[in-house]
Design a binder for this molecule. Structure first.
Ligand code: DGY
Length: 323
């Protein structure tokens, strides 16, 4: 009898067929995320769980998953999984670091440029039929990245890749990292100073209890008028209510790939504001990066199911238990 593997997201048929060669697969075929109740129903007896950031993995799920040997998420972020509960149950959690660094850094630059040069707003303006007078000296003026001070919060691989790209623009780059880190050509500063001195603040920390609302109301309020917040990390890194106040007042601009609630509610205030550029969580959304993420997640899944060490493990402490 093949071991049971729960798949908590809709996947292409070829991929499900590949999984079915090894496992008894319990697939999820709907476009909307699987509900917590549905996942709880499916987990008893399962040895593997393949999931992504749309399905939280809670302590209650881990408790009912009496035979689970591995959780493999198709994402680098693991904030949707209760890591502590997984570790307590000695279940390794596989994730996909590394392969999405360049795609996410590229999209961060796209958002910085879109916000400061008003790219999305200008596109909407043309489509709405407003371009009737040809070139105008004061039309849709923006600001220059090359003249900006840019603050990078978090110097993991993605933050560092953003710094590498910014060097090409010749701008001043301030950095903050939880454990102090020096990156050539940048100035490490305290977090409050970074917010207060930057024309653009870009968030690249993992979401943890410590980093939740790292862009809080006070820090947002300290940003210079006309400056921008860019977020390609996780929605909860920002106090979204405070950010709404800042962008609604016109004091700040924002480029956001991630939100507290995804999908963004139909009537969300961001949707009415020209000074906010929104993307539907596309940081890693290139065909080759998504293929690489799936490949990494499958390697993690297969290793865990076979009782081998999961190659990209977010809770390696599960392997350090003596005895
Ligand atoms: C991740 O991997 O955590 C991204 O947010 C989605 O690709």
């Amino acid at each position: 009898m093949k071991p049971k593997c729960v798949v908590a997201l809709a996947l292409p048929n070829e991929l499900l067929a590949h999984l079915a060669e090894h496992y008894e697969v319990l697939p999820w075929t709907e476009a909307q995320a699987i509900s917590e109740a549905e996942l709880v129903n499916r987990l008893p007896g399962a040895q593997g769980l393949l999931c992504t950031l749309t399905s939280p993995v809670t302590p209650a799920m881990i408790e009912v998953a009496d035979r689970l040997k591995v959780i493999s998420t198709i994402s680098v972020g693991v904030d949707h999984i209760d890591l502590l509960a997984a570790s307590r149950a000695a279940i390794p959690v596989g994730h996909t670091p590394g392969v999405l660094v360049d795609s996410t850094a590229d999209l961060t630059l796209a958002l910085m440029l879109a916000v400061t040069r008003r790219v999305a707003e200008a596109d909407r303006w043309i489509r709405a039929g407003h371009w009737t007078d040809g070139w105008q000296s004061d039309l849709l003026l923006g600001t220059d990245i090359s003249q900006a001070t840019i603050g990078i919060v978090g110097l993991g691989p993605i933050g560092e890749a953003v710094v590498t790209r910014l060097k090409g623009f010749g701008c001043r780059v301030l950095t903050w990292n939880r454990t102090p880190k020096q990156v050539a050509g940048t100035e490490p500063v305290a977090l409050d100073a970074l917010f207060a001195q930057s024309d653009i603040v870009s968030l690249h920390t993992a979401l943890t209890e410590e980093t939740t609302h790292i862009a809080n109301r006070a820090r947002l309020a300290s940003m210079p008028s006309g400056s921008s917040l860019i977020n390609t990390g996780r929605g909860l890194l920002v106090d979204e209510v405070a950010l709404i106040d800042e962008v609604q007042s016109g004091r700040l601009m924002a480029g956001l790939d991630v939100f507290v609630n995804e999908p963004l509610p139909v009537d969300h205030p961001f949707k009415r504001l020209n000074n906010v550029v929104m993307l539907p969580h596309l940081g890693s959304a290139t065909a080759s990066t998504r293929d690489a993420m799936v490949a990494r997640a499958l390697d993690n899944l297969h290793a865990g199911m076979a009782g081998q060490r999961v190659p990209f493990c977010a809770n390696p402490e599960v392997y350090e238990v003596d005895g």
